[in-house]
Design a protein around this ligand. Structure first.
Ligand SMILES: [Zn+2]
Length: 55
């Protein structure tokens, strides 16, 4: 059900929240996105695309 496309969306959403809202965005991402992201067994898709600033 969850696959790489979903992982990409979640990773992008987390990055967008961080960019727009800083720490507040990170808090939302940790509460809402991270639990869903953990269900998907895929490495950080932003790293794979060379967009990641976290890893
Ligand atoms: Zn990454």
């Amino acid at each position: 059900m969850f696959g790489r496309k979903a992982a990409e969306k979640l990773d992008d959403a987390a990055a967008t929240l961080h960019r727009r809202y800083g720490k507040a965005g990170d808090a939302v991402a940790n509460a809402v996105i991270t639990p869903a992201r953990r269900q998907i067994d895929t490495d950080c898709t932003r790293c794979a695309r060379g967009k990641c600033k976290k890893h």
